[in-house]
Ligand binder design. Structure first.
Ligand code: SF4
Length: 336
């Protein structure tokens, strides 16, 4: 198969069909980096409003370096995967200007092969592949073969030789996100169908080979939302998921244990049950049972609701905070 015209067909389609996303209107390496970090594990529709707000608050790396880690985490709040924000903070304290090459970018905290390739190609025009899951899927189907990410990079380098590397990478990913989708590839409307082996053979769904999904891990937690007057008590969380963020005192409970019984044992008997909620972190599915608590537990800092709203909190605990606020307003009304 002759792929000479492949980048041309791809670029023409991309120019006419690309979604007008805010990070596509810039060559600023900082803005491209922020968008790429936010887009890891997170959908475009979720990222867009966060990206706009974040760029207004932190227009460059210097602004991030001046902020505390807590301030940065608060701005990242709701996007999840907070390790990205922590690495970004470390990066901003190391450099004020991003290096131009993939090899230098990849040495910075939180930047992997994909992100380095995306920034180097889009902002600086370097001939660097950026293989995300979408690009990987398109390339596997194009060659009707299950390829490793490393093999995809090699194919990509060859295919993009006479193209604008940044546009090529973005076009390949956009094609995977909107046309060559995982479950329903639109081969009849595909701009590169004439180059595609799997498309021609009707075997697109066979590629890439499916890896067995990791089994989801389920467990339950109870948390206490301590209230004193118009203030609520929070703790600095520790551990892998929320380290350094503010959260309600929380404990994991043994499966089958009644949440109220478990909560009483941990937080005392003056508890009011609130609405349980479910949250997901990687392959974990957690049911959180929140309780309004009157008893003071140790190691708390007390905040007004306005102050708490500005803190870096895990989304699930922010939802609990909202429940507490509604509950207290209702109680205040009924006491009038
Ligand atoms: S022809 Fe089908 S399988 Fe091939 S790239 Fe296009 S949408 Fe994907």
């Amino acid at each position: 198969m002759d792929f000479e015209r492949f980048p041309v067909a791809l670029a023409e389609w991309f120019r006419a069909n690309a979604r007008p996303l805010p990070w596509r209107a810039t060559k600023d390496p900082y803005r491209i980096l922020i968008s790429e970090l936010m887009l890891q594990q997170t959908q475009v529709s979720v990222v867009e409003p966060y990206y706009r707000k974040f760029i207004r608050r932190f227009p460059n790396l210097k602004a991030i370096a001046r902020a505390t880690e807590s301030e940065l985490l608060a701005a990242w709040s709701g996007l999840g995967y907070y390790r990205r924000a922590k690495s970004l903070h470390r990066l901003a304290r190391l450099v004020t200007t991003l290096p131009r090459s993939r090899d230098e970018l990849i040495r910075l905290p939180g930047i992997g092969a994909y992100t380095a390739g995306a920034v180097a190609s889009i902002a600086f025009g370097e001939n660097s592949p950026a293989i995300d899951a979408n690009a990987h899927r398109v390339l596997c189907r194009l060659f009707a073969k299950h390829l490793t990410f490393r093999e995809c990079e090699e194919h990509c380098r060859r295919l993009m030789q006479n193209a604008d590397p940044g546009e090529f990478n973005q076009a390949l990913m956009e094609l995977g996100a909107t046309v060559c989708t995982s479950k329903a590839p639109k081969c009849e409307a595909c701009p590169v169908a004439s180059f595609c082996n799997a498309g021609r053979k009707g075997s697109a769904q066979k590629f890439p080979h499916k890896t067995k999904p990791l089994k989801s891990v389920r467990f339950e937690e109870v948390c206490a939302a301590p209230v004193a007057g118009s203030r609520i008590g929070l703790r600095k969380a520790e551990g892998d998921w929320w380290n350094g963020m503010w959260a309600f005192p929380t404990v994991r409970i043994a499966s089958g244990l009644n949440p109220l019984t478990a909560a009483r044992k941990e937080f005392g008997s003056a508890l009011v049950p609130m609405q349980p909620l479910i949250y997901h972190v990687t392959r974990h599915r957690v049911t959180l049972h929140p309780f309004l608590a009157r008893r003071r537990t140790k190691n708390l800092r007390w905040f007004t609701f306005e102050q708490a709203n500005e803190l870096a909190m895990p989304s699930a605990h922010r939802k609990v905070l909202r429940q507490v606020s509604v509950l207290l307003r209702r109680c205040a009304k009924s006491n009038r």
